[in-house]
Design a protein around this ligand. Sequence first.
Ligand code: DX5
Ligand code: ZN
Length: 218
Amino acid sequence: MSEILISPSILAADFAKLGEEVRAIDTAGADMIHIDVMDGHFVPNITIGPDVVKALRPHSDKPFDVHLMISPVDAYLEAFANAGADLITAHPEAGPHFHRTVQAIHKLGKKAGAALNPSTPANALDYVLEELDLVLIMSVNPGFGGQSFIDNQLRKIEDIRNRIDALGTKTILEVDGGVTPDNCSKVINAGANALVAGSAVFKKGPANYANAISALRG
Ligand code: DX5
Ligand code: ZN
């Protein structure tokens, strides 16, 4: 496995100074900026919309890794694409036509990801995996930062890694939820090559962002 990408989740940042926080993690070595979008319907929390993504865009040149936990999703893809998302990840559980969502993201010229809730099996991606730029394994139930990693998701990471390798694609395998310096090695060993981390980065305070990010590289 090559390089591990770290995508700090700004859900755990200080929302009163988000621009500054994004600049700080960029400088500290983040490979991508993970932006959690929640609608109070698909998940029991409400966070940020496309206008905030747009306002953050000038604060970093790193790819914006936008995780949409919203249903319906298709009507909002263009707004997030125009706001500056580079990667747009949606949940197949959020609607009946996920393949159409992937096509729509690609049509907007953006990379497309699929996020799987902890109870969703790997085979939910059987007929779409070859078209994906990223798979996001949720290792907590989506909605909140600061939850504990669900260990049985390691099996799903291995399963998806095998499927990606069998296809021979460069699809990124990202893991999101409860990732810490203590468990990052087993997540990487299971086959992940991108890690999202909210609490493990932002709760350390700005002076420690660089150390916190490098501690997650395994
Ligand atoms: C959960 C979000 C995650 C979350 C990660 O719904 O998708 O990105 O913010 O936060 P930690 O690392 O604190 O679990
Ligand atoms: Zn996320």
